[in-house]
Design a binder for this molecule. Structure first.
Ligand code: HEC
Ligand code: HEC
Length: 393
């Protein structure tokens, strides 16, 4: 008897609990909804946004939390607005290109051509950079970042924040050719921006600063840290031991990388060791890189040291996209480094008095191992994550 009443009680209790938790779930869902029926109907004419606010919350992997990285707060309403701005061709002078035209999600937000086409079909001066790692830079998250060095934006690091970079890109007469004040007026008249700006900034007023701020928040939410490399590093205390999830070829590639490449690109792909360098592509640089900006001979041929996350997806490579494949990149470091006067000390032969270029002289097996290792930096979840996808219908 007793057991029976107990089990009835239990069943009742379970039923009540399920009922309560389903109410709670409903409640939670309701608080998450960010658009009224009317707003949602308007937005849905143009956009595929979820009715409930999309979460842009950033989660770091174990190895980054262990090394003291603090997860930043991303404002979801601003990031949502930023995602719409990023994919809106109205941001270019003749409604032809958006940020997403040259920064494609499936390519970790880079482009698959050496030089990209701007709004009038003219080619950009340099190779489009991937955007998956901008969050690693010191200047992101108001300095609350985890980059070992202060790294800035563009191949010559001429912009100090994504907001500043976005302004330059929007106004650039090859890339987007926009006048930011006229653009603000134009966007203010769009039904969907009325709603999105109000959600993000409390008013429908559009200003150049709000446009670039929302773009910055969206891009700072790009966190690509779910590659096989991260999985391996999560289970080790550093990048130098062999990873259990790697093949022996990938582990060989990793140790070659640690010995020859990490002194600039970093070994954990979270912190950069060097931010700009001359890696000996040419004896005479057509594009002087940082030197063209500072007018100092010392800076000629110095370019940003790129983060190599998702590198297998972001070819062609280097500031001018001269190398189609990673094999060509490895050949460059193996036997092609030029003895430019500004060649970085790390790429000079310490045994030769004239400080000429080092020859890494990798064997065929070693070259293949390096390429295999670079492929472990691909984060497929990042390139498929819907919150970064084009929201336009
Ligand atoms: C026409 C092609 C094109 C368009 C459109 C474009 N970009 Fe770019 N983007 C580039 C190129 C090329 C570079 C590298 C330019 C350089 O370094 O001089 C770049 C660099 C960047 C960088 C620097 C990344 C780094 O690691 O330093 C960011 C951030 C960026 N773009 C964001 C944007 C945003 C936001 C928009 C839209 C407002 C945009 N881009 C539109 C081609 C484009
Ligand atoms: C002295 C610092 C330094 C060292 C050491 C170094 N690199 Fe680089 N790396 C750079 C710089 C700077 C660039 C960009 C140069 C440019 O575009 O003009 C670059 C570019 C690259 C790129 C192309 C990235 C892109 O997005 O286009 C790859 C891939 C690369 N390096 C891999 C390696 C590998 C593999 C090694 C070791 C064999 C290595 N690097 C060693 C400084 C370095």
């Amino acid at each position: 008897m007793k057991i029976k009443t107990l089990s009835i009680k239990l069943v009742l209790c379970l039923a009540v609990c399920t009922f309560l938790s389903s109410c709670l779930e409903d409640k939670v869902d309701l608080t998450k909804v960010s658009y009224s029926e009317e707003e949602f109907a308007t937005l849905s004419q143009y956009l595929n946004l979820p009715r409930a606010r999309a979460s842009f919350a950033v989660e770091f992997p174990l190895h980054m939390i262990r090394s003291g990285a603090q997860t930043p707060e991303i404002n979801d309403a601003k990031a949502t607005l930023g995602s719409v701005l990023f994919y809106d061709t109205k941001l270019s002078a003749n409604n032809t290109v958006s940020c997403g035209s040259c920064h494609k999600q499936e390519l970790a937000f880079s482009d698959d051509v050496a030089l990209s086409k701007g709004f009038r079909g003219e080619l950009t001066k340099r190779n489009s950079l991937p955007l998956a790692s901008t969050a690693n830079f010191e200047s992101s998250y108001g300095g609350n970042s985890f980059a070992g060095q202060t790294a800035f934006f563009f191949w010559d690091e001429r912009a100090h924040s994504i907001a500043e970079q976005s302004k330059m890109t929007l106004e650039d007469d090859i890339e987007m050719g926009a006048n930011l004040y006229a653009l603000s007026d134009q966007l203010e008249n769009e039904d969907y921006y009325k709603i999105l700006f109000r959600k993000a900034y409390g008013t429908e007023e559009v200003t150049p600063a709000k446009i670039t701020d929302a773009l910055e928040v969206f891009i700072n939410s790009f966190v690509s840290v779910d590659s096989p490399f991260d999985e391996g590093l999560n289970k080790k205390f550093g990048p130098f031991e062999n990873f259990a999830n790697f093949t022996s070829q990938e582990n060989l590639g990793k140790s070659l990388f640690n010995n020859n490449c990490s002194s600039c690109h970093g070994a954990d792909f979270t912190t950069l060791v060097e931010t700009v360098a001359n890696n000996g592509l040419d004896l005479e640089y057509e594009d002087k890189g940082v030197g063209a900006r500072t007018n100092l001979d010392f800076d000629n041929g110095r370019f940003k040291v790129p983060f190599l996350r998702n590198i297998a997806l972001t070819g062609p490579y280097m500031h001018d996209g001269r190398f189609e494949t990673l094999e060509e990149v490895i050949d460059h470091y193996s036997e092609g480094i030029q003895s430019h006067p500004n060649l970085d000390i790390r790429l000079r032969d310490g045994f030769r008095q004239d400080g000429s270029a080092i020859r890494m002289s990798f064997t065929t097996e070693e070259k293949a191992a390096l390429v295999a290792f670079l492929h472990t930096l691909t984060d497929n979840k990042f390139v498929q994550n819907e919150r970064y996808a084009d929201p336009f219908k």
